[in-house]
Structure formats: structure tokens, C-alpha cells
Design a protein around this ligand. Structure first.
Ligand SMILES: [Zn+2]
Length: 272
């Protein structure tokens, strides 16, 4: 396969490590150009540091480290404000003026489309319409990403997601032998992400779990966050064999393919 260019669009630093790190590392190892774009610096993430500009700087530094570990050729931040999350998990009222969720989606899409055009991107990775677990910035990544691909004419749009069926099974099983911290609620996975039947791509990234784990560890500010509801801290404590089982696959939905399609590589069934 000749080298292609894949752009991975994420909401916050650390999302790339959780959702698409294995696929990114795999594509880079195969000689493709991998570009990482984040909408925000994640300056309102839950961390031991106070939210704000300094946390944003720290998180961007962590993002560069993670991107280097995964073999990314370029990293861009669109510099929107992190919209944060209300205590109930919805849209935060005290969000900044330039919050990504309030951005004009046409303008934001235009900025991402400019990168897609400059890179002559063959593939854009975004999120499913639910935004995974429903963070407003993640829902916005779906909207903005879809439109950017339209503007730039990017042919392959993949929605990075998690197959919640095996994840739920494994988490319930793991819960019997492994005590999850109290803030980790398995039930939040019941309506999040995507069910197996909608998923078109199951990418085996077992060869890259070490890189994925290192990318996650690079986001140290998030792993140390106090009583966070973030999953990252929890995931990093998952024992190695379980980690490889849960994180050995990454899942994507490509909406222009018929349901029931089962592909193994993000660039499979190239349209031309
Ligand atoms: Zn995020």
C-alpha cells in the first residue's frame, strides 16, 4: 500500500491515547503520515493542578510527548477553550468565552479543513455522534469533523469509538476479581460509545499496546487528578494482561459502508 496521510481529530490531549493510539502507532509503523489535531489544550481537565492556562501548557507538552511516542509527523491545536463538564456531566455553565462547544461549527470546520487540504489527507478520524461518553466537546468533534471532511473532500471518515459489548463483559468480569476505585462506575459504559453491530472496523493493535500504554502514561497530569471521574487514572492501573485484552483492539464506524461490514485495517477497501 502506498503511503497515505491520516489525520486524527480529538477534543483534548489524552483522548488520542485512550481511543486511537494503537491505530496511530500502527499506521506510522507502516510508513503512513499520521497527523494529530486537538480542538483544545484541555485546560479544564481534572488534574491535581488548578484548571487554567498553566494546565493547558502542561497538557500540550504531554500531548507532544504522546504524539512522539506514537510516531506522529505533525501536531496541531486549534486553540479553542476547553468547554469542561458540569458536575452532572453536561455542558458547564462557567465555560470560557472561546469554548469549543460555542464555536461557530462552520468556522471551526474551515480551520480543520485547511489542515486536511494542506496534508492532502486520505483519512480523517473523528468521534461517533454521541461523542463516546457524551462530553460536549466530543460531540462537537463529530459535528465539526464531519463538516471539515465535506469541505476538504476527505474520502474516508472514521468515527473512533469503543465496542461497548465486550468492554461491558470484561469490566463486569474484572469487577469480580479486581476492585475498581469507587469513582469508576461500570454503568456509565452501558449507554456510551457504540454497540458491536454498528462497528465496521476492528483494528488489532496488540502489537502496539506498549506504545499505547506509554502514550497514556505521558498524560501524567490527568493520571494524577484527585477524585476525578476520568477513566485514565483507572485504566493505567489495570493489570497488564487485562489491559492488553481490553486495549488490544480499536474500533471505528465508517458510515458510508453498509452495516455488517467487518474490516480490519483503517485504510481497507480504499474507494479508488
Ligand atoms: Zn476529551
Amino acid at each position: 500500500m502506498p503511503p497515505r496521510t491520516a489525520v486524527f481529530f480529538h477534543a483534548h490531549p489524552d483522548d488520542e491515547a485512550l481511543l486511537t493510539a494503537g491505530t496511530m502507532a500502527m499506521l506510522a509503523a507502516e510508513g503512513h503520515r499520521v497527523v494529530l489535531v486537538v480542538a483544545t489544550a484541555g485546560e479544564r481537565g481534572l488534574a491535581e493542578m488548578e484548571p487554567g492556562e498553566e494546565l493547558g501548557h502542561t497538557r500540550l507538552k504531554e500531548l507532544y510527548e504522546s504524539a512522539a511516542l506514537l510516531g506522529c509527523a505533525r501536531v496541531e491545536c486549534l486553540d479553542y477553550g476547553d468547554s469542561g463538564l458540569s458536575p452532572k456531566g453536561g455542558i458547564a455553565e462557567d465555560r470560557p468565552d472561546n469554548a469549543f462547544i460555542d464555536a461557530d461549527s462552520e468556522e471551526a470546520a474551515g480551520r480543520l479543513a485547511a489542515i486536511l487540504r494542506e496534508e492532502e489527507a486520505d483519512l480523517l478520524s473523528i468521534y461517533d455522534p454521541a461523542g463516546g461518553y457524551g462530553h460536549p466537546d466530543h460531540v462537537q468533534v463529530h459535528r465539526v469533523g464531519r463538516r471539515a471532511a465535506e469541505i476538504a473532500g476527505t474520502e474516508i471518515v472514521l468515527e473512533a469509538t469503543v465496542n461497548r459489548d465486550p468492554l461491558l463483559r470484561l469490566l463486569r468480569l474484572a469487577g469480580k476479581v479486581y476492585r475498581f476505585p469507587p469513582e469508576f462506575d461500570v454503568r456509565t459504559f452501558e449507554s456510551a460509545y457504540s454497540s458491536g453491530e454498528t462497528i465496521t472496523h476492528r483494528v488489532n493493535v496488540r502489537k502496539y499496546t506498549r506504545q499505547k500504554r506509554a502514550a497514556m502514561a505521558a498524560h501524567a497530569s490527568q493520571a494524577s487528578g484527585g477524585d476525578s471521574d476520568r477513566t485514565l487514572a483507572v485504566l493505567l492501573k489495570v493489570p497488564g494482561p487485562l489491559y492488553r485484552l481490553v486495549f488490544g483492539t480499536e474500533w471505528f464506524v465508517r458510515r458510508d459502508l453498509p452495516p455488517g461490514t467487518r474490516l480490519r485495517h483503517p485504510l481497507d477497501r480504499w474507494p479508488k
